[in-house]
Design a protein around this ligand. Sequence first.
Ligand code: ARG
Length: 545
Amino acid sequence: MQGGAAHIIDADRVGSVKQQVSELFKVSLGTVVPDQSDIEPLIAMCNNAKFGDYQCNNAMNLWSMIKGKSTQFKNPRSIGEAIAGNLPPSEMIESSGVAGAGFVNIFLSKDWIAKSIQKMLLNGIGVWAPILPVKRAVVDFSSPNIAKEMHVGHLRSTIIGDTLSRMLEFSKVEVLRRNHVGDWGTQFGMLIEYLFKEFPDWEDVGDQAIGDLQEFYRAAKRKFDEDPSFKERAQQAVVRLQGGEAQYRSAWTKICDISRKEFDQVYQRLGVHLEEKGESFYNPYIPRVLEELNNKGLIVESEGARVIFIEGQPIPFIVVKSDGGFNYASTDLSALWFRLNEEKADWIIYVTDVGQSQHFQMLFSAAKRAGWLPPNGKIGEWTDEELEKTAEAVGYGAVKYADLKNNRLTNYTFSFDQMLNDKGNTAVYLLYAHARICSIIRKSGKDIEQLKQTGTIVLGHADEQVLGLHLIRFAEIVEEACTNLNPNILCEYLYNLSEIYTRFYTNCQVVGSPEEPSRLLLCEATATVMRKCFHLLGIVPVYKI
Ligand code: ARG
């Protein structure tokens, strides 16, 4: 039965409006240029709402491909006209037209938009999940280092990684949320040795021996730098730990446990959940992964170390240090191998600070050379600035919200004017905007659940139409945010939704008007979409102001 239910849900998933429009144009293009069977429709929102809602931009490209070869078309515009003329009949489209050099503009049917919103209200926002070309994704995020402080870079990664995961999960992608904690570095030699030396009874006194882990780390580091014999023992301790000696292993476990408790507090506060698969997890895989790379002739000897040379990089990718030990690079190679071969991930997303970009460039180049990744596979990278902007946009919502909750919620005076001007305060602004909608619905005294069953949405007023169109774009926004790995797009959509709603509410009387049932449903749809945006951004909505 479960299978049946899942089937129904899947059949209900039609993809984003943009995808649906694209399907229609694909059919048309197949008729217009049958020999260009794999041509992808180029669909975009119209810049100017006067001309249409969506446009198809294939004509110019097609013209440059068939120019001189075709007698059928005399210019790009005639191709555009053929594309428009061959659109299959669909209740989605109200009208189409051709502009300039063959741009095909379409207006969506207001009725169809209204119905689609009603369907969403009845069946839940899940029907507006986009369909992504990916089944399973690994998201490697947060990933702090044991016994070291979780710094702002890790926090940023935690917030962005969580939002990316939520968006993918909403799109029915199976997401493996991976916390790639640094639990296997050489620092453990020094920590363990320090523990043994300073706290011979560490097994009995437990956590208290270590106390503040960061302080403990600093003290161990001081000793390491000052005392050559300690340093030597620390280095041996790493070898003994990695060799699996019981006492070292159990000291290591203890240290990791303390760190984990601290990290978990942060995750709990932010409402983020992750599965830890730290560096140590991949350690057993390293030898065979390196063997594979070695057999492929990628690994060479250089100054006592084993390295992979990468074209265009000034330094080689060191995979075995000169003392024979493995490192961050060999671990990441094995993790990548594991994610591709064992976890069979279609997408692997690393959310880390830009300081590591050289490491990752070398990692991915090595993987391409090994034939693990397609040679022209897409590898996106963000600048530090983009990261900053996104984390801020996404993160402060949650942080501010916490702040808001601790202060006196009721003392806030609500004013649409202030909200519209005060863009800096957006998370707060948005939370209130949502709560305001909820209160409008409440105060109407109508049973909204019943209205969903019996009411009909009619998009009569221009501001209703703008709101309707914006609402049904939700799926394509999530789709875009996922494919560009950029939650900012969702933030922007949410701000705009709030503004568009305000315009609607200012110009269209809701309660007490003849259109009240339809307009209340539009309010409810707006609140529903806003809530989903909050959820995807990791923000907890408020219902009352
Ligand atoms: N632990 C690393 C750091 O704090 C981040 C790990 C990122 N993920 C990875 N697979 N290398 O810098």
